[in-house]
Design a protein around this ligand. Sequence first.
Ligand code: HEC
Ligand code: HEC
Length: 267
Amino acid sequence: MRHLGIGSVVAAGLTLAFAGVALTEEKGAWGSYQSGDKRSGYTFAQPETRAIQDDDFENPAYLLVDSAAEDWERVEGEAGKACSSCHGDVDSLKGVGARYPVYFEDWGKMINVEQRINYCRTENMKAKPWKWESNELLGMTALVKLQSRGMPMSVSIDGPAKPFYEKGKEFYYQRRGQLDMACSHCHVDNAGSKLRANLLSQGQPNGFPTYRLKWQKVGSLHRRLRGCNRQVRSDPFKAGSDEYVNVELFISRRANGLPVETPSVRN
Ligand code: HEC
Ligand code: HEC
């Protein structure tokens, strides 16, 4: 790996140039979208993109949230239950979106919200799990996390979660792919710089699932991570893999203090 002047890296003949961008950096300028040095992806987004997120009626993610509210009441599976049969109103799950991923004893490892929903489907409802990236799973995940909107992220890494956090941290700082770059090269060292057409954010997870203008669709955090891996020409991991759940734990803990923003809008 060779360094070429300020802010560009060359590996295997490929160049990525980071260009500094002047941002309004007044302390506290971003209100609740900022917590100390932490800044939500919202604060790096274009004003037009932020405006869509600001208006729930404009935000296309609500189409999925609305159908998830119907799924919440729908009896499915051999146990003859709906989510609501056991959980009552969906706002009983307030706080889940701020706390997850959590250590799950039955598995001896971490579980995220998508996985917890599918666990309830297979174990509690005796229904089929929803496919990763299906509208059903994205919508239900968004509906569950929406119950925590505005609450500060408060992910614990105490006790049994600790070794998984350490694995996630290692993943975050590990160079990979043909470009030989770690997550931290883009989202720590170069947050606030431009990479091609994109303004790099801190890569915070507090708005997922998100409606992405580029996808013209709602997408999961793990889909985003696959895209980030591909940007450095590295083979992505499977959505729901231990690698991604552990790095989700690391970045969710890193986001502690930022508000849950689901469903966010990004470009
Ligand atoms: C080559 C640069 C690069 C690398 C390396 C990279 N990303 Fe990204 N990432 C981006 C770009 C570009 C975006 C879209 C703009 C933005 O939010 O930064 C993005 C977006 C994200 C987002 C969404 C932020 C939001 O507010 O919607 C998350 C989360 C994220 N990255 C996590 C990671 C993780 C974890 C890794 C390591 C596995 C990683 N990224 C590696 C370039 C990168
Ligand atoms: C037969 C009862 C039952 C059904 C039906 C059920 N769940 Fe659960 N669910 C549980 C139990 C029990 C827990 C564990 C409670 C705990 O950990 O406090 C749980 C936990 C959860 C949690 C994590 C809560 C937390 O505080 O960590 C989520 C999220 C969840 N369920 C979502 C759903 C969704 C979405 C559905 C419908 C697709 C559903 N559940 C259907 C019984 C059920």
